[in-house]
Design a protein around this ligand. Structure first.
Ligand SMILES: [Zn+2]
Length: 253
């Protein structure tokens, strides 16, 4: 049974029996993996407080051939992300990202999504409060894109034709992005103001400034992203963290 050592982020934890914890990990070298941390809930566990959701570090586990649950042997934490855990907007975005990773990332090497996630957690911890919401949108769109679900925004998703430069642009969840006039005909689409499409493109371009979005536009962008994720999940999955992030329902309306 090979011993695996890899950078990892704790995406979810589950109590197991009296003293153990099962952790779901995003690993840089092996994708999504589950491991049991025996004794992790004992008072003097060697894991200490390291095995918290969003913790990042070097995981070591014994990989069991053909088995889904490995045995964790060490987790050397490098970042506990306490700056995220204490603030609801930051935490909601990070939790939605964890959920998307768990649902969409493969149990196979996928360094790109791991790196997007790790970078986003560092940013979510450090970014000024007023930018957290728009940055959360950027981070989630980048994660979804790194997992192979980037929307077409520069040209028609079906035939590459030019999109309307003004007015409204029609956007299809199932066709994979914006559509030209001809392709949008007879298809179920969402009508987006041209500005909203440009803002979406800016969110997806890490080198662009974050677009300024007021509360109404932030809410519209969150809705669009949540619908996009649901459309591209294989099953009609429940996504409680994404739902909570989309609705921001921890604040009274
Ligand atoms: Zn077209």
């Amino acid at each position: 049974m090979p011993l695996v050592s890899t950078p990892a982020i704790v995406l979810a934890t589950l109590r197991y029996g009296e003293t153990s914890k099962i952790v779901r990990l995003a690993t840089r070298e092996h994708g999504i993996q589950s491991a049991i941390a025996k004794g992790a809930l004992r008072p003097r566990s060697r894991y200490g407080a390291a095995l918290q959701v969003l913790s990042e570090g070097a995981a070591q586990y014994i990989a069991k051939e053909g088995r889904e649950l490995h045995t964790l042997t060490a987790f050397d934490v490098t970042h506990l992300r306490v700056g995220i855990a204490g603030q609801l907007d930051r935490y909601a975005a990070a939790a939605a990202m964890s959920e998307v990773m768990l649902r969409l990332a493969p149990a196979a090497p996928h360094a790109e999504s791991f790196d997007v996630m790790a970078h986003a957690l560092a940013m979510l911890e450090a970014i000024p409060t007023e930018a957290v919401e728009s940055y959360g949108l950027r981070a989630l769109w980048q994660l979804v894109s790194s997992l192979g679900f980037a929307p077409a925004l520069a040209a028609c998703a079906r035939d590459g034709s030019a999109l309307p430069a003004t007015g409204t642009v029609r956007f299809s969840l199932t066709e994979g992005g914006a559509l030209c006039h001809a392709c949008a005909h007879d298809r179920a689409t969402i009508e987006l103001p041209r500005q909203a499409l440009d803002d979406l493109a800016a969110l997806l371009s890490p080198d662009d400034d974050l677009p300024f979005l007021d509360a109404r536009h932030l809410a519209a962008h969150r809705r669009l992203l949540a619908r996009w994720v649901r459309t591209h999940l294989a099953e009609a999955a429940e996504l409680p963290a994404l739902e909570a992030w989309q609705q921001r329902n921890w604040f009274p309306a």
